[in-house]
Design a protein around this ligand. Structure first.
Ligand code: PA5
Length: 443
């Protein structure tokens, strides 16, 4: 992975980046020493290097068992218990679901859409399917609702005894409701460590099991993360440390009015990687009335929708581009005798060459238009490089949150909607809140 901040530096006053950069080493040190805010959630910092071959083998064996039994594997989870595995799987899966002998992996528990769930039940009708229920608490409404539906359907289709072997719970060690249910029913379980928050959990079984189920190489993913753990550690100085440089540049831009960061990809398979990144940075930094707003676009698709705003709208944005140097497959631009579209000048070129020129042309246009550009490139879209990217962003996020002056590891704000929803649904224990919210609505 390579990072370049050259095309962003010109947008901040001389000397200002050095000032912010100087803060990154102590902030990185805080992640190591565990003396900063949120220090009970630092289990991710040395997670990659703590993963053993035996542990990977255990996850793989469970995945292989599910793969041998099920034609569809439903991964139930939301937020930090969902976006990581989906990000990696979508980046590596065939774009149109032609994944050879691998089971189809689908996702549930990440919304409350009745039609979505009805369609899912229809898809699973008469199919052999397995469930990975991912929930640290076991009480998250979206996931618990989907799991109830899925468990009921599976038991109805194969019987309770067989269903037990087709359900795996990924949950906390002992406290949560999903742990209690798994123990009672005798499900195979994996632990989400107490000291790893959801958005930092992709390299725990939260991500690893579902990624292995889709047929991807979790050993290579972990290896990539391990190498990045070394490359971003406290012993690596700012000049060589990409996580510190990224954290410094984005905070410096923020201080000079760039309040929105747009993560950009030129490979549609990275769409969910952007979604994962938005949660990582949004939930970590958006608090105390501060924080860069993390947005994302898929280019060139969104150049035809958001391109105008980015080129000429309010100058409060910067872009971070994830560029994949080489495509995995080859498609050549075809020659056409009639050339009605005038594109024969591209005939014989690789499609990726056209994409790269679109990328370069866009970078020049956007920088000319006043949009600072941070550039991240990976050689190819594979497990190893995704592992690097994941840990790079996690480490940068921890450093960046400390530079910003917030606790990057809590998320108190996500409770507000839940409290109102439960009050409106008249959940037992919410009687006072129900009265209060109904009175407000009657005003
Ligand atoms: O990052 C977080 O803490 C959240 O996104 C949670 O992961 C999400 O709400 C799911 O929670 P749980 O795993 O308890 O179901």
């Amino acid at each position: 992975m390579k990072l370049s901040i050259v095309k962003a530096q010109g947008f901040v006053p001389a000397g200002s980046l050095a000032e912010v950069a100087a803060q990154t080493a102590p902030c990185n040190e805080l992640l190591e020493s565990g003396k900063g805010p949120g220090n009970d959630f630092l289990g991710w910092v040395h997670l990659p290097s703590s993963i053993t071959d035996e542990f990977i083998a255990e996850v793989q064996a469970t995945a292989d068992l599910l793969r041998s039994k099920a034609e569809i594997i439903v991964v139930a989870g939301i937020g930090g218990s969902y976006l990581g595995p989906r990000a990696v799987n979508e980046a590596l899966d065939h774009a149109f679901g032609l994944n050879g002998n691998n089971p189809r992996v689908v996702y549930a528990g990440n919304n409350i859409g009745e039609d979505y769930l009805a369609d899912l039940m229809e898809l699973l009708d008469g199919k052999t399917f397995a469930i990975i229920n991912i929930s640290k608490s076991g009480t998250t409404t979206e996931t618990a609702l989907a799991f109830r539906l899925l468990k009921t359907k599976l038991e109805a289709q194969v019987g309770k005894a067989a269903a037990k072997d087709l359900i795996v719970a990924v949950t906390d060690k002992e406290k949560g409701a999903a742990r209690k249910l798994a123990t009672k029913e005798g499900y195979k379980t994996f632990v989400i460590p107490d000291n790893v928050g959801g958005r930092f959990s992709v390299l725990t079984p939260v991500g690893l099991l579902a990624i292995a189920c889709a047929g991807h190489d979790i050993k290579a993913l972990v290896k990539g993360a391990q190498d990045m753990e070394k490359a971003t550690g406290v012993d690596v100085p700012y000049e060589q440390n990409p996580a510190m440089q990224y954290a410094a540049m984005r905070n410096c831009l923020y201080q000079y009015g760039k309040k929105t960061e747009i993560l950009v990809n030129y490979q549609p398979k990275l769409h969910y990687m952007m979604e994962w990144w938005k949660q990582l940075f949004g939930e970590s930094e958006g608090k105390d009335r501060k924080g860069i707003f993390p947005a994302s676009v898929d280019f060139t698709t969104d150049l035809h929708s958001m391109g105008q705003w980015i080129q000429e709208g309010e100058r409060t944005i910067f872009e971070t581009v994830i560029s994949v140097e080489k495509s995995n497959k080859t498609v050549l631009f075809p020659f056409d005798e009639e050339n009605l579209d005038g594109l024969n000048f591209l005939a014989g070129k690789r499609v990726d060459e056209v994409n790269k020129m679109a990328e370069l042309g866009t970078q020049i246009a956007h920088v000319d238009g006043g949009v600072p550009n941070i550039h991240i490139s990976i050689p190819v879209l594979d497990e190893y490089n995704l592992g690097q990217l994941i840990y790079f962003f996690e480490r940068a996020c921890g450093i960046s949150g400390y530079v910003l002056g917030v606790n990057p590891f809590n998320q108190p704000g996500v409770e507000a909607y839940k409290k109102n929803m439960f009050a409106l649904l008249e959940k037992p224990g919410y009687e006072e809140a129900t009265k209060a919210i109904k009175a407000r609505l009657a005003e």
